[in-house]
Design a binder for this molecule. Structure first.
Ligand code: SAM
Length: 243
């Protein structure tokens, strides 16, 4: 997968050199390049923002540097349409389902806004060249798109085959089946005055699976009742319904 990130703070994205994503880049599973938006300005001050038409607080990112930067990452083959993800609190909420969908793409481009955001005409213009998806990390406002890109690239990148060593660990995770993950424990079995639930030491795989499933349902019900409400009742088994 190819990923291009455009930002006025390219150094913010240095975290993508670390851990599993960094290793995936070294191994050639992810080809990730970060571009400085200011390299696409033409004035002495490398200006990327200006005052908003219609008045109001703050500054808006100018369209031309964005168009130049986005044109520079377009593939030579015009029949290929990269997905342009524009982080925005006014976008569709980024979910695990969206991460799975985007992990199937060949080429993702992220446009990190700052100030009051990017001149809206850039998004209209980009629709002719990219599949444009404004995406929000959640219902709160950040100072810029970089933090959102770090989260999205990590969530998408780890679903690219080969990035996570053991693909099994992607199956039983929170949100993989609409539920939160069950609690996990490691050695020692007795720590301070806390014990690991006995069933996990029993070696009885059927009982362990039932315990974990019950814990998933209870945890989701307590912490995220909205997820339970969205769950397809057809996916519940008899023992689930008895809970
Ligand atoms: N004026 C904008 C609004 O109210 O929709 C907010 C601009 S915000 C201060 C600056 C930039 O931070 C945005 O252009 C976007 O790139 C990023 N950003 C802020 N909150 C975000 C969120 N919840 N999800 C994704 N990106 C966000």
């Amino acid at each position: 997968m190819r990923i291009d990130v455009v930002s006025i703070f390219p150094e913010y994205l240095a975290a993508l050199e670390l851990s599993l994503i960094g290793k995936a880049r070294q191994d050639g599973l992810l080809q990730l390049d970060v571009h400085d938006l200011r390299d696409f300005t033409t004035d002495k001050h490398r200006t990327v923002d200006d005052t908003p038409y219609g008045g109001g607080a703050g500054m808006v990112m100018k369209p031309e540097p964005w168009a130049q930067a986005l044109e520079s990452v377009l593939p030579a083959d015009e029949s290929r349409r990269p997905v342009l993800i524009v982080p925005s609190p006014a976008g569709e909420v980024f979910t695990q389902a969206a991460a799975h969908e985007l992990a199937e793409e060949e080429h993702l481009v992220f446009a990190c806004g700052r100030y009051e955001g990017i001149d809206e005409r850039v998004l209209d213009w980009a629709q002719e060249r990219f599949t444009v998806r404004p995406m929000s990390l959640g219902d709160y406002v950040l100072n810029g798109g970089e933090v959102a890109v770090l989260a999205m690239v990590e969530a998408i990148g780890r679903l690219v085959p080969g990035v996570v060593g053991n693909p099994e660990s992607l199956v039983e995770e929170s949100h993989s089946d609409g539920l939160l993950e069950y609690p996990v424990y490691t050695k020692p079995s007795q720590w301070r005055d806390k014990e690991v639930p006995e069933v996990l030491l029993s070696g009885n795989h059927a009982k362990i699976a039932r315990f974990r499933r019950d814990e998933q349902l209870l945890r989701t019900l307590r912490r995220r009742p909205d997820l339970i409400a969205r769950l397809d009742p057809g996916t519940l088994d008899k023992a689930d319904k008895a809970l």
